[in-house]
Design a protein around this ligand. Structure first.
Ligand SMILES: [Zn+2]
Ligand SMILES: [Zn+2]
Ligand SMILES: [Zn+2]
Length: 260
């Protein structure tokens, strides 16, 4: 287990981001910076390593915002556009570090990424620079990334099974509508738990505030943070209605995880 783990929320918003283009609702026009949400991603910092979960379409902006100086690995939860479309922007870290960057994903997710970014993975000589990546497939088994053990947590995103990840005393479960019992078993004794909470109203592929509040309480994580948040939730008001220990994440939030 890494000695110290810091999680930085790079984006806490749903797939279209908040504000949502063309929308003039109270949240999209809010002056509270916590209502400004880029697409969902977290950065894990431990032992001088920077490990990213998902490369959103906002990755470049997110990396600039936190002054990211290096990138050591990327883990993918699934291949929806809001989680992968920034992948090309890892190139400057290839140039700086002069090494390939390992990317971890399930076989399904990797196949989608390879089809979406075919030019990165095509063999043969290339005229322009493309990301230098080392594709590593993950299945259900725990895997090591620079001394940290990651446990893939299968979660249901509508009819699709995708992965959340547990690492030490923290877990990041974005996009899900349901968490199988066998996965809940892997989420005991957490200090920090991230959960999808799109809005109050039910949604076929995403969790809601009520549902994720119930999950947080059932799992008794010391601290729970909601993410993948839509414009239905204004930060201050939505958070004021949550029970102790449950909060809304916001872009730029930094959390130091206590050891297991
Ligand atoms: Zn998403
Ligand atoms: Zn709006
Ligand atoms: Zn998704």
């Amino acid at each position: 287990m890494a000695s110290r783990l810091k999680i930085t929320v790079l984006g806490s918003g749903t797939s279209v981001g908040v504000p949502t283009l063309g929308c003039h609702c109270d949240v999209c026009t809010s002056a509270d910076p916590r209502d400004n949400r880029l697409r969902p991603s977290v950065l894990l910092s431990y032992q001088d390593r920077q490990v990213l979960i998902d490369t959103t379409p906002d990755f470049r902006t997110q990396a600039l915002r936190v002054g990211l100086q290096r990138l050591d690995a990327v883990l993918f939860t699934h291949a929806h556009a809001d989680h992968v479309m920034g992948l090309d922007d890892v190139r400057p870290f290839n140039f700086r570090q002069k090494e390939r960057i390992p990317i971890y994903a399930s076989a399904d997710t990797m196949a989608s990424i390879q089809s979406c970014f075919h030019y990165i993975f095509d063999s043969g000589k290339k005229e322009s620079n493309v990301p230098q990546l080392d594709a590593r497939l993950i299945a259900g088994a725990p895997f090591d990334v620079f001394g940290m053990e990651f446990i893939p947590i299968p979660i249901l995103h509508g009819s699709q099974t995708i992965y959340g990840f547990r690492f030490g005393a923290a877990a990041y479960l974005t996009d899900h509508s349901d968490i199988p019992e066998s996965s809940l078993e892997k989420l005991r004794g957490l200090d920090v738990l991230f959960l999808d909470a799109l809005r109050y109203k039910p949604h076929p592929t995403h969790s809601t505030v009520d549902r994720s509040t119930a999950t947080a309480q059932k799992l008794a994580a010391r601290r729970a943070f909601f993410t993948h948040i839509g414009h239905d939730l204004g930060h201050a008001r939505a958070e004021s209605l949550l029970p102790p220990g449950v909060r809304l994440a916001y872009d730029g939030l930094e959390i130091v995880v206590e050891a297991e």
